[in-house]
Design a protein around this ligand. Structure first.
Ligand code: SOE
Length: 389
């Protein structure tokens, strides 16, 4: 099949620039039926030398140092925003105006106002759009979604999520600048709420439906840090830790906790959903497994109440499991980078079939609304209603 070239302008060469570039390079090898073929057309970043270095390693055909030039190019079809959060809105809106497809790293924006403007822009332009909430594409998490859709959880009662890291405990970690912009509120928008809980919220909404109300508490443990770019010691404006309670539209209750101060936890992203008929549990530090407790067999309604009742540990590597027929033989695992390949494959397949893959900008706007309600509640101390559509 002759493929349609999809010429990509990648904005940013950090952690996500690498993760996305890897997906563009691999996707056609493992999803050969796709009609599109990503072409690494242009890498855009402010530092020309570093941008060229990255472009050389990954095979980008050219380099731009001004994102406005990159998004205006006639030889670019898709703009991928992998630069810090503060840049997302302006680039996305401009890219949409130029009729480009837009892929944006999470969280969609600094706040709801920006996310609304971005969503309006891509929808007005009618351009394909996607947000890289990659964890939906962990095979075990996709399997959890399948179990929910198959009715194996039944009436949901509880959803609990944790997202824990430990890399900002030292007081001499600066804020701002390369690799550390996540600590600078003017660049990141918020701390763990937008960076980590946004993932947990996206997964939760996907598995358990809309969140209606939240009550939250946040803490900033280290109050001042040196800013890497100015050398000045400045107040820290981000939330270092956040916990919140949630009420879902389906009547279930949720608890969410996130911090960058959980010593020993590197990327500990877990959730558990408990329903009348079953439960699922997932832990990203053990990502090949999904734990499932079956109480009611959906086909027969039979209750599993005998001496064999118990949690089942599913090694999610069989051909029957989501995405796993694309990779190796059963028992061989896939990892973090594959989630981006899956996300890209679903995005392209969605455009090609006419049924857009999720999460698109509108879906990510929903997550942004929950984040904003969480931060508002942390300030007010009371329950906040999520401004769902
Ligand atoms: C933060 O440390 C971070 O890199 C997030 O920004 C990513 O979204 C997350 O997946 C891994 O952790």
């Amino acid at each position: 099949m002759t493929k349609k070239p999809l010429r990509v302008a990648m904005i940013g060469y950090g952690f996500m620039g690498k993760a996305h570039s890897n997906a563009y390079r691999k996707v056609n090898h493992f999803f050969p039926e796709l009609e599109h073929e990503p072409v690494l057309q242009c890498l855009c970043a402010r530092d020309a030398e570093k941008a060229q270095g990255f472009a050389d390693v990954w095979g980008y055909a050219s380099v731009e140092t001004d994102w406005r030039a990159a998004v205006a190019r006639d030889d670019v079809d898709l703009v991928d925003i992998g630069s810090p959060n503060v840049t997302h809105a302006e680039i996305a809106v401009e890219a949409a105006k130029h009729g480009k497809w837009v892929a944006c790293e999470k969280p969609l924006a600094m706040n709801v106002a920006e996310a609304e403007a971005m969503t309006a822009a891509v929808e007005a332009a009618g351009v394909p759009n996607v947000v890289w909430y990659n964890y939906r594409r962990v095979p075990a998490i996709s399997l959890a979604k399948q179990l929910v859709d198959e009715g194996r959880i039944g009436r949901p009662f509880h959803y609990r999520a944790q997202y824990l890291q430990d890399w900002t405990i030292a007081e001499d970690v600066p804020q701002g600048g390369a690799a550390l912009w996540r600590l600078d509120v003017d660049v990141a928008g918020s701390g763990v709420t937008g960076d980590l809980l946004a993932h947990s919220i996206d997964t939760a909404i996907w598995l358990n439906g809309p969140i209606e109300r939240v009550v939250a508490s946040t803490e900033t443990f280290v109050k001042e840090r040196m800013h890497q770019e100015t050398g000045a010691v400045q107040p820290v404006g981000i939330d270092d830790a956040c916990m919140f309670l949630a009420r879902f539209a389906n009547g279930s209750m949720g608890t969410f906790e996130s911090t960058r101060y959980a010593r020993g936890r590197k990327n500990f992203n877990t959730f558990e959903l408990n329903g009348a008929d079953g439960s699922v549990h997932f832990d990203l530090e053990d990502p090949q497994y999904l734990d499932f407790f079956e109480y009611t067999r959906p086909a027969t309604g039979e209750k599993v109440e005998d001496h064999l009742a118990g949690w089942r540990r599913i090694h999610v590597t069989n051909f029957e499991h989501p995405y796993m027929d694309r990779w190796w033989v059963p028992g061989c695992t896939v990892g973090y980078e594959h989630t981006f390949v899956h996300a890209l494959a679903d995005f392209l397949a969605g455009v090609e079939s006419g049924t857009p893959a999720q999460p698109d900008f509108r879906s990510a706007l929903g997550t942004q609304r929950v984040c904003e309600a969480v931060l508002a509640s942390a300030r007010s101390g009371g329950w906040e209603t999520v401004a769902n559509e």
